[in-house]
Ligand binder design. Sequence first.
Ligand code: HEM
Length: 215
Amino acid sequence: MKKRDAILRTHFADRICHWFMVICFLLVALSGLSWFFPTMNWLNGVLGTPQMARILHPILGIVVFLALMFLFVRLVKYNLPEREDLIWIANIKSVLQGKHMKGLQIGKYNAGQKLLFWGIMSLISLLLISGLVVWRAYFAEYFPIPVIRIGLLLHSFAGICLILLIMGHAYMGFWVKGSIDSMITGYVSKLWAKTHHDRWYKKVTTKQTKTTGEK
Ligand code: HEM
């Protein structure tokens, strides 16, 4: 892709944070699954030994939470609900069929991505709170057993939901051609931006034209 045909979509700091978080998330998710499904018990070696998994799972979980908070601060302004999101939602059927309709007025992220953003942020917060309650080494002794049981239930529920959400997110990242470039090189083509995020494209190119005078 020639530089003049490309638009910067994801800054370096966000990309590094995203992929570092993906690795940590994978390790946390696999070790968590090893305790949830007996048939997946063999996965508890993913962090070296089962004992190491017990120690590192909560610590890596906190790392994922902090990384997501970094992304939250950097990206929340693009994920706030807007009136134009209703157009995307009203046309969800065609969007899912891969028809690139004009005039959907999509900003930097579409309504689906915004829902996913808030879903991820809510679930990771629930995981953090319930995780602290059931963290036997430090906090569990301060809570009565029924609270720990509810904590475990919520922790498992939120964990499974987040894993399913991330599987959908990763699938979309590969399925929508050109999307993954946004998280690898940081750049997307102007054509991609125009097709998938028309309102954002207009905003960015208008800004560029104003600063460089380039058409
Ligand atoms: C192999 C796994 C993954 C792939 C392929 C992937 C891919 C992507 C891509 C391509 C984007 C940019 C979308 C765009 O610019 O339109 C993105 C954004 C993002 N990803 Fe991932 N991702 C993966 C795993 C994860 C995980 C594990 C998390 C969190 C636990 C996560 C959280 C996010 C967040 C918060 C954003 C920003 C979205 C927004 O602001 O609306 N991703 N991802």
